[in-house]
Design a protein around this ligand. Structure first.
Ligand code: LMR
Length: 332
């Protein structure tokens, strides 16, 4: 009897962790900095829905929007340390990882429209950039679109000279730093979660972002003037910790890949309309004045920011510029 009790106790001790590990879902913490009601926010939730469905609950995705878990810089460190498993930062924020080449995508008026952007990222440029991440312990799974940047400030921005002396918040890219310097402003890198307050209190005078981000962060309520300039593009790379991804059972990884592919198609299919709708809401809010550049004004911005292209060679290197130029069929 005693023997039997000991045997049962030993079995119980060993059985519990076994049962628990067979049932405990694999948790993916997906951290990002924007609102749920944006292309990226919706994309992350779509991935969660599909990942949990395709893996039959073997995977649980916890989405943390709006910098609730980490701010811009911290989340990249957290990914490398394995504290989170998945992120979708703007590619303008990758230099601290040691991959400045992504900043080539921030060149002003590089993509003539959404289609040109989508095509470029599906081609060799997108894959070449992802390869750069591998040495950093990171795997790139997908590119998500969020359309084009507008520029805003406490005064109308119509001519390049209007930027003179303005402190402009940028998200991280030295290419953006450069084109704002080209027009005489003083760019300042700042975490996304701090922008509203910085605009409100005058720590910075202006910023750039897409309509969906202006609306959901209420930037339009603290910027008197927004120019619908669409001067540069905002894109994200969905990235995972390589060790985590490589350690997944093969069937689970395949199901997650399918979920990510579908979430990517979904996100990229809604990005344009989401931003158009957000712009309409901003327009109707009456809280800011929207400005549209005349062809002459646009040409003047382009000319003033053109030196960034030459400068970019020293920053991102010729190889990525050649790849982008070839893909877009443009001269740089
Ligand atoms: C920003 O920091 O302005 C953007 O990158 C935020 C985002 O993720 O869209």
């Amino acid at each position: 009897m005693r023997k039997w009790i000991v045997a049962a106790a030993v079995a119980a001790v060993f059985a519990v962790p076994c049962v628990a590990s067979a049932q405990a879902p694999i948790v993916i913490k997906f951290s990002h900095v924007v609102a749920n009601d944006t292309p990226k926010g919706k994309g992350a939730l779509k991935f969660k829905e599909l990942a949990e469905k395709y893996t039959n609950g073997k995977v649980k995705v916890e989405v943390y929007p709006n910098s609730t878990l980490y701010k811009d810089k911290e989340e990249l460190e957290a990914l490398q340390l394995g504290s989170v498993q998945m992120l979708a930062p703007s590619t303008a924020k990758f230099a601290p990882l040691g991959v400045k080449e992504f900043e080539a995508l921030d060149l002003p008026w590089l993509f003539k429209d959404d289609e040109a952007y989508a095509k470029a990222m599906k081609g060799p440029v997108g894959q070449w950039l992802f390869k750069k991440l591998e040495a950093k312990g990171i795997i790139g799974l997908a590119y998500w679109d969020n359309g084009f940047h507008m520029a805003s400030a406490s005064r109308p921005l119509l001519n390049p000279s209007d930027f003179q002396g303005l402190k402009i918040r940028i998200s991280g890219s030295k290419i953006a730093d450069q084109y704002f310097r080209n027009v005489g402003s003083i760019p300042q890198i700042m975490a996304f979660s701090e922008v509203y307050q910085a605009l409100q209190t005058g720590v910075v005078d202006g910023c750039e972002n897409t309509p969906s981000n202006y609306l959901t962060q209420k930037f339009h309520e603290v910027q008197k003037h927004i120019t619908v300039s669409y001067h540069a593009h905002l894109q994200y790379a969905v990235i995972v910790n390589s060790k985590f991804w490589g350690g997944l059972p093969a069937d689970v990884r395949a199901q997650l890949t399918k979920a990510m592919d579908e979430a990517t198609d979904y996100t990229n299919s809604i990005a344009k309309k989401e931003n158009e709708d957000a712009l309409e809401v901003i327009k109707k809010s009456g809280k800011t004045t929207l400005h549209y550049l005349t062809p002459e004004q646009k040409a003047a911005w382009q000319k003033a920011m053109q030196p960034t292209y030459k400068w970019a060679k020293g920053r991102v290197g010729q190889e990525v510029l050649d790849l982008v130029a070839k893909e877009l069929n443009v001269q740089m």
